[in-house]
Design a protein around this ligand. Sequence first.
Ligand code: FAD
Length: 206
Amino acid sequence: MLPALAKKAASSGLSGAEFCIGIPGTVGGALQSNAGTTVNSDMSTIVEQITVLKNGEFRNYDHKDIIWGYRETSLKRSGNIVIEASFNLVNKSSDVINSDMRALLASRKATQPTAEPNAGSIFKNPEGDYAGRLIEAAGCKKLGTKNASVNQLHANFITHNGNASSDEIVYLITEIQQKVRASFGIELTPEIEWWGPEVQPRCFNN
Ligand SMILES: Cc1cc2nc3c(=O)[nH]c(=O)nc-3n(C[C@H](O)[C@H](O)[C@H](O)COP(=O)(O)OP(=O)(O)OC[C@H]3O[C@@H](n4cnc5c(N)ncnc54)[C@H](O)[C@@H]3O)c2cc1C
């Protein structure tokens, strides 16, 4: 898991993976989506080499062999399963790294709903703007269903009470997209993925 990677690097006096401390995902999942926080803090900034398994064969990719984008890579939806990775980290005092990570976690706690169930950011930030700002400005903070709602602390999160159905989440995503489109002419693209036997709902097609 990413927080374990961040802690292992910190205890070894290696800096670069601090941003991983608050992201609840596996290293493989994060590499295929180029998970991260700010522009210079994503997986593409630290990874050196990746070993993948595809069609029963192992392949090694250097950083330059992969196309990296905002929450996108050429590994995504390509059938490549990330098996192993090496990272390029720099020496730094463990105390400083741990202090920086505590600050990152405190900042996340102050700005995101860390105590209620959620799937992380629902939408990618459109170029030059923030999905959360647009959602709030479009008046979506009042949107909710029986078991789920647009989060009051950060509008790019949908939080729920543990009983929400996928229909409720799809309804909210669709409503948000419509309201932001009507207010600003901007199409919000989901950062989360649809997984299920049913046909992918239209709101995930952006
Ligand atoms: C509360 C919360 C906060 C979050 N904050 C952030 C954040 O700040 N920044 C950010 O970028 N993301 C954030 N996320 C999203 C997070 O990065 C992803 O949920 C996570 O990286 C997905 O990894 P996973 O291992 O959980 O994969 P899964 O959810 O199991 O799968 C997600 C996708 O990754 C693929 N995948 C998983 N493992 C591998 C592998 N080994 N090789 C190839 N493909 C694989 C799956 O096929 C699937 O398509 C947050 C999520 C939550 C719930």
